[in-house]
Design a protein around this ligand. Structure first.
Ligand code: HMG
Ligand code: MG
Length: 284
């Protein structure tokens, strides 16, 4: 098993999307640039969603245009529908992501359609992105618990993950959207998913509401997962998951991984600067 782990940096998107205060575009650009200097190979930079639903992400095109791109870094964007995909392509996103859920109620609250309707929305995105040579990541939200429905069946998560893989997503990021997972529920969920999707196509995306994200990452590492999403400074949350805290802090994840003997390629000092900057943005 590889001793290298890819940390996918989320702060500019999952980190900032939930902030009520309007964050100036130049600060978002400065955050992305600080993360680029830290050695991340993947930075989720923007979200091409409806500005009525998530006003904070309305300046995605300006953010993408303003960043200093580093060679070898993929600057990625969320694209819920064709309108979002066209925006992301025009802005030069290196990679895009569709996002679905394992819970029907969360799907309706987050993207205003059922799980099966979301697949129909994703298909043209997959076709158009493939024609442009742009890889598509797939997210599954509520992989252990849903803010509206409670516990989510592992088989439901596995079915959505497999559907996204079959549609052409290169990787499936499994989101503990509200940070209620515990190592036991995460392992049971992963057992089900891994019966349908190989570990190298899976990423872990843990929010840290109850302080168990690192324990959940250890559980996922033990099952062979080698990609984790994290947010510098631990900032963020989801507007449609009331009470949910940010993604697990990147600096905590990198510290854990290195203590466990994994390589991340992240520059510790540069990450510290980026994390402090991210937290200042949240503080206002
Ligand atoms: P809808 O209202 O059903 O969409 O929203 P619609 O097609 O009826 O369009 C309504 C209006 O929005 C129209 O404008 C569209 O043009 C506009 P109007 O004619 O009324 O002036 N519109 C757009 N504008 C810009 N870009 C777009 C776009 N799409 C429509 N892409 C929709 C459906 C999916 C658009 C909406 O529900 C939405 O934007 N949802 C996004 C919610 C979101 O961003 N959630 C947070 C990200 S997911 C997350 O955080 C979880 C994750 O981190 C993993 C985890 O932790 O679990 C990934
Ligand atoms: Mg998230």
């Amino acid at each position: 098993m590889s001793d290298r782990v890819l940390v996918f940096e989320m702060a500019p998107r999952d980190g900032l999307q939930n902030e009520a205060r309007v964050i100036p575009t130049e600060d978002k650009i400065a955050l992305v640039d600080a993360l680029s200097r830290s050695g991340f190979k993947k930075i989720e930079t923007a979200s091409f969603v409806s500005p009525k639903w998530v006003p904070q992400m309305a300046d995605g095109a300006e953010v993408m245009a303003g960043i200093s791109r580093r060679a070898g870094v993929a600057y990625t964007a969320l694209t819920p529908n064709m309108e979002g995909l066209e925006g992301a392509l025009a802005a030069g996103a290196d990679e895009v992501a569709v996002f679905g859920a394992a819970s029907e109620t969360f799907s309706r609250m987050n993207v205003n359609c059922s799980i099966s309707e979301s697949y129909e929305r994703f298909r043209p995105i997959m076709d158009r992105a493939a024609a442009e040579g742009v890889p598509v990541r797939g997210y599954v939200s509520c992989v252990t618990d849903c803010p509206y429905e409670g516990r989510v069946a592992p088989e439901a998560v596995a079915a959505v993950a497999r559907a996204l893989l079959d549609m052409g997503c290169y990787e499936i990021s499994l989101g503990d959207t509200i940070g209620k997972g515990i190592p036991e529920s995460v392992s049971a969920m992963l057992d089900a998913v891994l019966s349908l999707v190989p570990a190298e196509r899976i990423a872990g995306h843990f929010h840290d509401t109850d302080g168990r994200a690192l324990a959940n990452i250890l559980a996922a590492l033990a099952l062979g997962i080698r990609t984790f999403d994290a947010s510098a400074g631990g900032i963020g949350g989801c507007p449609y998951a009331p009470g949910a805290q940010g993604n697990v802090a990147t600096e905590a994840v990198v510290g854990l991984l290195e203590a466990e003997g994994f390589e991340t390629g992240i520059d510790w000092d540069a990450l510290g600067e980026a994390a402090r900057f991210a937290q200042r943005l949240r503080a206002g």
